[in-house]
Design a protein around this ligand. Structure first.
Ligand code: CA
Ligand code: CA
Ligand code: CA
Length: 152
């Protein structure tokens, strides 16, 4: 009796699709964006570009930027592009009034995960104020003695 043993060998292909979950929050890199700006800079001046990275795919990794906290009275001075993170001056600065700003920019993905990036702005002085001159003057009037010259 002939005994045959057949060894079957084969390859089974298993395709596993890993669905991306929104398990990564955006991370600001760097955490702080420091910049200097002259007080006489015009509206539209780009101050910095905030960037945060998110390791997820698609909308889970798409970061949107918005100013979440700004010092009192400065919310109209700055603007950030939601998509690019380009941080722009949109108002008028005055070194003589305010010379240091710290602004929180929220970087959030479509799933609501977020990080807060700090933007620190130092305003630089320019010579925009004319010197104040104080003349201590005593007003005096000179009267000519016309009568005397006609006399003789
Ligand atoms: Ca994410
Ligand atoms: Ca000024
Ligand atoms: Ca000045």
């Amino acid at each position: 009796k002939l005994l045959t043993t057949m060894w079957l060998s084969g390859t089974i292909q298993i395709v596993i699709t890993v669905l991306d979950a929104n398990d990564n929050a955006p991370v600001c890199s760097p955490a702080e964006f420091k910049t200097n700006v002259k007080e006489n800079s015009v509206k539209g001046t780009v101050l910095t570009t905030v960037s945060a990275s998110d390791a997820d795919e698609g909308p889970h990794g798409q970061v949107r930027y918005s100013i979440s906290n700004a010092p009192k009275g400065s919310s109209e001075l700055f603007d950030i592009d939601e998509d690019s993170g380009v941080f722009t001056l949109v108002g008028k600065l005055d070194y003589e009034k305010f010379r240091h700003y710290e602004i929180d920019v929220q970087a959030s993905d479509a799933g609501g995960n977020a990080d807060v990036c700090k933007v620190i702005i130092e305003v630089l002085d320019t010579n925009d104020n004319p010197p104040t001159i104080n003349i201590m003057s005593t007003s005096s009037s000179i009267s000519e003695d016309l009568y005397g010259s006609f006399k003789s």
